[in-house]
Design a protein around this ligand. Sequence first.
Ligand SMILES: C[S@@+](CC[C@H](N)C(=O)[O-])C[C@H]1O[C@@H](n2cnc3c(N)ncnc32)[C@H](O)[C@@H]1O
Length: 303
Amino acid sequence: MQNTGYKLVQLASGDYSIHSLAHGETFHPVVGPVAEAEALYVNQLRLRERLAQHSGEFVIWDVGLGAAANALTVLRATRDLAGPIRVVSFDCTIEPLKFALQHAAALGYFGGYETPTRALLEQHAIQFTDGAHEVNWQLHLGDFPTWLAQSGARRAPARPAPGNHSQCAAAEFSAPPPHAILFDAFSPAKNPAMWTLPLFTHLFRRLDPQRPCALPTYSRSTIMRVTLLLAGFFVGVGHATGKKEETTIAANTLDLLPEPLDRRWLDRARRSHSAEPMVESVYRIAPLAAATRARLEQHPQFK
Ligand SMILES: C[S@@+](CC[C@H](N)C(=O)[O-])C[C@H]1O[C@@H](n2cnc3c(N)ncnc32)[C@H](O)[C@@H]1O
C-alpha cells in the first residue's frame, strides 16, 4: 500500500477525523470517531455486559488499528470493569497513528492514553493498568490477509497470500482467539483485499468454537453478508450508526445476534445484482452464482 499521507478533516458533526489521501477515504466519515466506535462496537457488541460477566482475559481483535479511535474508545468504555482485557491490533502501517498523535488535541479521543499509545508504537506489545483492569495491547504490523492465511495454516516464513496485491509484508505473530472483533478496513471498492471470502474463511477458522465471538461491521451490503455467511458465520442486522440506518453483525453463535437475517433477506439476496463474494483482492460486483445460492440454502441459519 502506498502511503502518500493523511489529512485532518472536520465533519458536519464538528468532530475531526483522519482522511487517507491514498485511499480517498475518511476513517470515521459521518458522526465522528468516538460516536461511531461507541455505536458500532461498544454498544453493538454489548462489550460492557459481556466483560462484566466474563471470567479470565477478554480478547478483542482490532482489525485496522488506523488512528486507534476504535481501540481507545473500547478501552475508555470498559476501564471501570475489573476483568483483564487484551487488545490485538492489526494494521500494515503505523503512519495514521503517528499522524493522529500529532493531532491528538483536535481529535480529542487520546486524552490519558497518549503514553500507552506511544509505547505501543515503539514496542508493539505493552501491558498497563487502566482504571480497574489490566490491559495487554499488542500490535501486529503486516498484511492482515496474509497473516491470517499463514497463521491458520501454521506456515512460515511469510509469503503473500494468493491474489493479495497489497504491498504490506507479513511476519510471524500469534494471537489468542478473540471474543470480539472490531473490523474496520477501508471500503471494499478501495480495499478489496480486506473483504474477500478467503479472508473471512480464514478468520472464521481462527475462532475458538467454544468461545462466543461477534464481529460488527459498518457495511450492510448483500455481498458482505453473503461473504460472512459462506465463511461460516451467523449473520444479523446491526444497529444504525450516524446516517447508516443499518449495519451488520456476524458471530460464531446465534446467541450474539439480536436480529439474525431471515429467509426474506435470502430471497432478496437471490435477486440482487451484487451478491457474489469476491474471491480475490479485485473489486467486482456480480449476482449470486448457482453454486453459491445452493451453499447459502444449506446454511444452518436458514434451516
Ligand atoms: C478505516 S481505517 C481504520 C480506522 C481505525 N479503526 C481507527 O479507529 O482509527 C482502515 C485501516 O485498515 C488498514 N488496512 C488496510 N489494508 C490492510 C491490510 N491489507 N492489512 C492490514 N491493515 C490494513 C489501513 O492501513 C487503515 O489504517
